[in-house]
Design a binder for this molecule. Structure first.
Ligand SMILES: *[C@@H]1O[C@H](CO)[C@@H](O)[C@H](O)[C@H]1NC(C)=O
Length: 314
């Protein structure tokens, strides 16, 4: 394995390392959150979230940067270099399923220094506290030349309603342009009904106005950008509509990459594609509009009210 793995193109190795490290990240989240559930520590749930966020980001950033010192990694948490990084958080193994894939030619020659990795250590945590465990995801997005081209979504509590052992819950989806998406099966949403998913905790007048203009039969208010895109991929919603600022590049990079590979489309509310250069502003100031199928995206975009668009500079 060693010979072939070092010969693999660097993008494939970065994806492979990301798949390995998110599983470790998921275990850190479960360890930290369990302390709260078991009442072992006295801190509030916000402190637990912060501890999990920071530990997971240290785990992912340190693991990837040790192996790929020239990539740019941008994460949600501001970490000081003094921060505690436990040796047991460092994962440098490569996932062999990923390495077994053939990297498409146009990506095979991309050098390490051109790669930007966007990390959200813990997306959708405010829902965790309300028992909506599968809203939580760990997101590692990979961008080249400003475009999201691959990534990993780890859902640590997937299947929690059925599997009682927390350490057996969870799933990992990964994909790259020209290779495909693995770890999930795409399903088409039901016809004859329009289901929109949107924010659960950041609703406002414009968010509601925009959804009303699309006349949905059902609105799923859920947490996490990663989780909302999973609803699109699994056919549980037709569109993800968030006509507000607040969502960041690390929330959208991995979900966008996987959704696009599967034939969907994610843009801002104006229909502009999102950019992921390392020096870009982190905020998706134009909001987020995503559909399960690229062909229906225009229908939703046309219905975004002009007055709302004015508040969301592209
Ligand atoms: C948006 O709509 C939801 C669901 O009807 C409602 O609970 C919420 O208060 C609304 N928010 C605003 C700011 O109008």
């Amino acid at each position: 394995m060693a010979a072939s793995s070092s010969a693999a193109p660097v993008l494939l190795r970065i994806l492979s390392a990301s798949v390995s490290v998110v599983n470790r990240a998921g275990r850190i989240i479960k360890d930290v959150m369990r302390k709260g559930d078991l009442g072992i520590i006295d801190k509030g749930i916000d402190d637990l979230q912060t501890e999990a966020d920071r530990s997971v980001q240290h785990c992912i950033v340190t693991s990837l940067s040790r192996q790929f010192p020239k990539i740019s990694i941008i994460g949600e948490e501001e970490l000081d270099s003094e921060g505690k990084v436990l040796d047991e958080w460092i994962v440098t193994s490569l996932d062999s399923d990923v390495l077994a894939k053939k990297c498409p030619e146009n990506l095979a020659s991309i050098p390490e220094e051109k790669v930007v990795v966007w990390v959200d250590p813990l997306d959708g945590t405010s829902e965790y506290t309300q028992g909506l465990l599968d809203h939580v995801t760990v997101l590692v997005g990979i961008a080249v030349n400003g475009k999201a081209i691959g990534g990993v979504i780890h859902q640590p509590y997937y299947n929690y309603q059925v599997e009682k052992d927390v350490y057996k819950q969870g799933r990992t989806l990964w994909g790259m342009n020209g290779i495909g998406v693995f770890g999930i099966e795409k399903k088409a949403p039901c016809e004859g009904k329009r289901i929109i998913t949107t924010t659960r905790s950041h609703s406002n007048k414009n968010v509601n106005l925009t959804i009303d203009a699309m006349k949905p039969d059902e609105v799923l208010r859920v947490g996490g950008a990663g989780h909302k895109v999973l609803l699109l991929i699994e056919g549980r919603a037709h569109a993800y509509v968030f006509a507000s600022k607040g969502c960041k590049k690390w929330d959208t990079c991995a979900p966008e990459a996987l959704l696009h590979i599967l034939g969907g489309k994610l843009t801002d509310m104006h229909g502009n594609s999102l950019e992921y250069h390392k020096d870009i502003q982190y905020l998706n100031s134009g909001g987020v509009l995503a559909t399960y199928d690229a062909a229906v995206h225009e229908w939703y975009r046309e219905r975004v009210p002009e007055e709302v668009k004015k508040t969301l500079p592209p």
